[in-house]
Design a protein around this ligand. Structure first.
Ligand SMILES: Nc1ncnc2c1ncn2[C@@H]1O[C@H](COP(=O)(O)OP(=O)(O)OP(=O)(O)O)[C@@H](O)[C@H]1O
Ligand SMILES: [Mg+2]
Length: 366
């Protein structure tokens, strides 16, 4: 276990078991008393709809005196069964506190406009109140959408925060703008010293990879029967072009702020790899194959570790097995086999994912 992660987990578990509270925002922003917000259920006249599918919380859409709110209330028991899952509500309240400070400061407010405001949150009473965002979980992409997402992630990183869970249900699109609102898996880190909140241990994880892994490659898999290979590649090209712009900006920022040489080298290598891929169609296809495989494997590992698998986990596993059977050498040559996968051969890998398939079938959440 990574020492930085263990330290964070221990301190969150200690906080959870203690008595200290975290309050974010001003009580005057609450349209009901705290007791009323805590006691409210689906039969309340203020409730417009209830989202009960979330793994850490129940979300109520409220309308009170013509204004719409989102009330996120902690589940007694999180449905993700690992330490990060069990502390994700605490983590979210901690991050809401960090982000609200950034949104309240005139110097940083604009950069965080795609990140939802917190009207009021009370950790011990188990709720977070935000304005309701009128939109739907993101279900298509464009250059502009990629730009808003990557720019928001970059703003977060500059503030020392890394969002790990960029899944579709955590990004709302209102027809013009995207909104980020679920920070259960957003952790503090030092972007000038570390690749991510795991420190220097896992260079594979970074902002663009997070969107690809949790979201875009799942989307492409879901629509693989209706999107041609060329359509898929065109969308991937768009993503990479926008990502390249933002990462180039990030590299300048890292240099201006005297980031560690290892961080500059890492960021430069990512940029060079993408520039090379964007230069010709064949390299782009190679990168697409390598990164889609990497993303499916990372996402599967996450779902298995949290015992929070879905039908999509099974689809990803099937895709991984097919790719291992058909393009194994290409995967190996393009650095797509990460962590333990790098130590296994083709047959062992296929066996591993077949075993994962039965595990994932047992861990189905929804
Ligand atoms: N401010 C908001 N405005 C509109 N809809 C929202 C808002 N916040 C959350 N939702 C809706 O509620 C759903 C669940 O919210 P959220 O992701 O915060 O809960 P969660 O329990 O952490 O979910 P999970 O653990 O599965 O990610 C979202 O997918 C979204 O559809
Ligand atoms: Mg969520």
């Amino acid at each position: 276990m990574n020492a930085l992660v263990e330290q964070r987990q221990q301190s969150q578990l200690r906080f959870q078991q203690g008595k200290d509270n975290i309050i974010v925002g001003d009580i005057d922003a609450c349209p009901l008393t705290v007791d009323e917000l805590v006691a409210l259920d689906a039969s309340s006249p203020h409730v417009v709809e209830v989202f009960d599918g979330g793994l850490t919380a129940t979300v109520f859409h409220l309308c009170i005196k013509g204004r719409h709110y989102n009330l996120k209330r902690k589940r007694p028991q999180a449905l993700v069964h690992n330490v990060d899952g069990e502390t994700s509500f605490l983590n979210e309240v901690q991050r809401r506190r960090d982000i609200q400070r950034l949104k309240d400061s005139p110097q940083t407010a604009l950069a965080f406009k795609h990140i939802v405001a917190t009207l009021y949150a009370d950790y011990r009473r188990g709720f977070i109140l935000s304005p309701w965002i009128d939109g739907k979980p993101i279900c298509s992409f464009s250059r502009e959408i990629f730009r808003q997402i990557f720019a928001s992630q970059f703003a977060l990183e500059q503030a020392g925060l890394m969002e790990w869970d960029m899944s579709p249900g955590n990004i709302i699109y209102d027809g013009r703008q995207i909104h980020l609102f679920d920070f259960g898996y957003m952790y503090p880190y030092d972007p000038l010293e570390h690749y991510n909140s795991d420190g220097l241990e896992a260079p594979a994880f970074h902002a663009v990879e997070r969107l690809e892994t949790r979201n875009v490659f799942g989307y492409l898999l879901r629509y693989q029967d209706v999107m041609t290979q060329n359509d898929q590649l065109a969308l991937y090209r768009e993503l990479k072009e926008v990502a390249l712009d933002i990462y180039t900006e990030k590299l300048i920022w890292l240099k201006q702020n005297y980031a560690k040489p290892a961080i500059i080298q890492w960021q430069t290598a990512i940029i060079e790899r993408w520039e090379y891929a964007l230069d010709n169609e064949r390299s782009l296809k190679n990168l697409f194959i390598a990164e889609s495989f990497r993303s499916h494997c990372l996402d599967i590992a996450d779902d298995i570790s949290g015992k929070s698998c879905t039908a999509m986990t099974l689809r990803r596993i099937d895709k991984v097995i097919t790719m291992l059977a058909t393009v194994y050498l290409q995967l190996e040559n393009n650095g797509a086999l990460l962590f333990d996968n790098a130590k296994l051969g083709q047959v062992e890998l296929i066996k591993k994912y077949q075993e994962y398939r039965s595990l994932a079938a047992n861990y189905q959440q929804k």
